[in-house]
Design a protein around this ligand. Structure first.
Ligand code: FES
Length: 239
């Protein structure tokens, strides 16, 4: 048995517009969509471009649009799509570099903008200093540290697709990963308390639905809205 995969092909600057190219690949019960793409690349058409690395839902590089939904292709089985066809497109909301490969420069800049590191103030300790945490303190931010930067939440977010300046789900969840860390003394209010940051979120919740690691960015955003609102009446409140 085979299943039809319809794959978006596009070389900006050379092709007028994306077209779908059809390939028949073996329908194996243990094959993910990524296995189908690898079969195409290895056996049928070596010119196909896409990203992947770990094949186990860890590296976050294989996100694509599969039959209209943002999915990790290494974690999505071909058998989910019955007799097919399975239509593979690049993640929505990002410029295409070639075929299924998108430009992530803007995403990386957004991650950096929230100062994603432990900020300490007024200290002169050696780099080897230890900052012990209780299990409860770890639990407070652990969920937000599970993000693998797969871009699925941005691709599914209706705000980001309409407004590329929106800071977006993963970057705000990353900020909360540090805001809620007992070792962090930083203040990210200036970045987060903006119309293009937490206040731009309309709480549709698509980011949380597609997140393969259950980070729940929608919750991270709503939590910071509360923090920012409290700060307007209690200026010394930071978390
Ligand atoms: Fe690494 Fe899919 S290949 S997450």
């Amino acid at each position: 048995r085979t299943i039809r995969m319809e794959v978006a092909r596009y070389r900006p600057g050379q092709d007028a517009e994306p077209v779908f190219q059809g390939y028949d690949v073996p329908l194996m019960s243990d094959w993910a969509v990524l296995d189908g793409l690898n079969y195409i690349k290895d056996q049928l058409d070596g010119s196909l471009s896409y990203r992947w690395s770990c094949r186990m839902g860890v590296c976050g590089s294989c996100g694509m649009t599969v039959n209209g939904e943002a999915r990790l292709t290494c974690g999505t089985f071909l058998t989910e799509y019955g007799e097919g066809p399975v239509r593979i497109e690049p993640l929505k909301g990002f410029p295409v570099i070639r075929d299924l490969v998108v430009d992530i420069e803007d995403f990386l800049a957004k991650l950096s903008s929230v100062r994603p590191w432990l900020i300490r103030e007024g200290e002169d300790l050696p780099l080897t200093a230890e900052y012990a945490q209780t299990p409860e303190q770890l639990e407070a931010y652990k969920q937000y540290s599970m993000c693998i930067n797969c871009l699925l939440c941005y691709s599914a977010c209706p705000v980001y697709v309409l407004d590329p300046d929106f800071l977006g789900p993963a970057a705000i969840a990353l900020a909360q990963r540090y805001n809620l860390d007992s070792r962090d003394m930083g203040d990210r209010f200036d970045v987060l308390n903006q119309d293009d940051a937490v206040w731009g979120c309309t709480f549709v919740g698509e980011c949380t639905k597609v997140c393969p690691k259950h980070v729940d960015p929608a919750e991270a955003i709503q939590r910071y809205k509360l923090t920012a609102a409290l700060r307007s009446v209690l200026p010394w409140s930071r978390r």
